[in-house]
Design a protein around this ligand. Structure first.
Ligand code: SF4
Length: 490
């Protein structure tokens, strides 16, 4: 679609707004308007001496809507908001639906509402969402509920603390909806990379631990993600877990998570290795409890295997297990999604994370055009069901984020039983703690005092690049020390 931004620089923001209605649309940005007979989105700001005029036009499927607003320059304190709030109703009308989050486009609604709660109180925050941004009341209450739990966890997090993130970017096969940098180990070349990957990872752990020590940082949480960390063989898991123990001070570490996401990678031997190294929290992710849906998304396991591995983990003594579910998968429908939610609750998972399918362009589901089995209304019904069933089942929402290309622009929500919140998920998502990361594709995040600035250090994305450019990566990570010394010397 053509996007015309006339006399303003809010292209990014107008495109974000448009994406609420057309998540996969490829847009062309233009600065001047010439006759256009296709679909287009036009916004203009005309600044006079004492007045500002805003104009928006939306042309879609042969229909056209437009709106204008004039205000005095003095009265106008937020040009971007005035422009977008003028345009939003036009999109809503011609597209025929209202996004549940209104015109909120950010990925962290709970962080926004938390900050507003602190600034203007709970009622003010509620109005900010529903009246200013047209968010649905139920979604607003969800964000408020998450924010209250998050505030409690954040307030108890020491200032000089950090979480360690360990990236294992390998999986047994690639799921059709996956957009992560994850290598399927189905190929010989990927398998060959793994031993050297583990060597380098252990070296990076040693290096990173030194940086943490030099800068007086205290490790409170460890989180292994990917990919699927349990794709590593038991002896490699043992090596990396030992490297962490040997190099980091874990005396203040209250939470240790390893994602054992794919049941087809979980073995008794691996679980015993995790247990031996005091890993307390794992994920065993069904995604769905429907075998036909699992087949459709390229997961090489059955629901029976998920349950078998879940019971095995319980028998070994894991008392904090997360299960991920996804709303909107191909071949899924309301009834089978409902059964999945009910099954996860029945099994008694401590955390149940309900995701909405995100349509990333790099995923096979989009490139192979398999993404239209469930529409936004269907997803909304699924999420409503999950909300009610989980609430009645004794779970509460504790963290939340949105992805820009998720179906219907819905949210991903982590639900948990009382006291089973994953602190890493909250602190990482809301950017309230330093994250030191190791492994390919991971990102180190350093927060300035008062969190006015977040500096990111990106590790190389792909395992082969991570291995071949390893010395360059360590050079980049020297920045950890200079970052902290810059603030210490102020
Ligand atoms: S298990 Fe996760 S990371 Fe691995 S391929 Fe599937 S979606 Fe991607």
């Amino acid at each position: 679609m053509n996007i015309y931004c006339i006399s303003h620089d809010f292209l990014y923001e107008t495109e974000k707004l448009l994406m609420l209605f057309f998540p996969l649309e490829k847009n062309t940005a233009l600065k001047e308007f010439t006759e256009d007979s296709g679909d287009y989105f036009y916004t203009e700001i005309d600044r006079g001496e004492n007045n500002i005029r805003f104009k928006a036009v939306f042309s879609y499927k042969g229909q056209n809507r437009s709106a204008e607003k004039n205000m005095s320059s003095e009265e106008c304190t937020d040009e971007e908001y005035e422009l977008l709030s003028l345009a939003y109703p036009l999109l809503k009308e011609l597209c025929g639906f209202a996004p549940k989050w209104g015109m909120l486009t950010g990925v962290r609604p709970s962080k926004l509402i938390m900050n507003k709660m602190v600034e203007i109180g709970e009622d003010g925050a509620r109005d900010y969402f529903t009246k200013r941004f047209f968010a649905d009341e139920k979604k607003t209450e969800l964000a408020l509920s998450v924010a209250k739990t998050e505030l409690r966890i954040i307030e108890n997090s020491p200032k000089n603390s950090f979480s360690l993130y360990v990236s294992i970017p390998f999986c047994p096969t690639r799921c059709s909806y996956c957009s992560f940098v994850s290598h399927s180990i189905g190929t010989e070349s990927a398998k060959k990379l793994m031993p050297e990957y583990v060597n380098k990872l252990c070296e990076e752990i040693e290096f990173t631990a030194k940086k943490a020590k030099e800068n007086g940082l205290v490790l409170t949480n460890v989180y292994w993600g990917g990919g699927t960390p349990t794709t590593l063989e038991a002896e490699d898991l043992d090596r990396v877990l030992t490297a962490i123990e040997d190099n980091f001070d874990l005396s203040e570490c209250g939470e240790y998570t390893v994602e054992a996401g794919r049941p087809d990678t979980v073995t008794e031997e691996k679980l015993l290795v995790l247990k031996k190294h005091n890993v307390g929290r794992i994920s065993i992710n069904p995604q769905t409890f429907s075998d036909s849906v699992l087949k459709a998304i390229g997961r090489c396991h059955t629901t029976a295997l998920t349950e078998e591995k879940y019971h095995l983990a319980r028998k070994i003594g894991f008392d904090s297990i997360n299960m991920d579910l996804i709303a909107g998968l191909p071949m899924d429908n309301f009834e089978s999604f409902k059964r999945s939610v009910d099954r996860a609750i029945h099994l008694g998972a401590d955390n149940i994370t309900v995701h909405t399918l995100a349509l990333k362009r790099s995923s096979a589901i989009v490139t192979e055009n398999e993404s239209d089995s469930v529409n936004a209304e269907g997803i909304s019904n699924m999420l409503d069901y999950a909300f009610n069933a989980l609430t009645q089942g004794g779970y509460h929402p504790y963290y939340m984020y949105r992805q820009s290309k998720s179906l219907g622009n819905f949210e991903n929500v982590g639900w948990c039983k009382e006291g089973k919140e994953c602190r890493y998920n909250i602190l990482m998502m809301e950017e309230y703690q330093h994250i030191l990361s190791v492994g390919a594709g991971s990102v180190t995040k350093l927060l300035s005092p008062g969190i006015e600035k977040i500096e990111r250090i990106f590790n190389y994305k792909f395992p082969f690049e991570y291995i071949s450019r390893f010395s360059g990566l360590l050079e980049k990570k020297e920045r950890i020390s200079t970052f902290f010394s810059e603030y210490d010397n102020r």
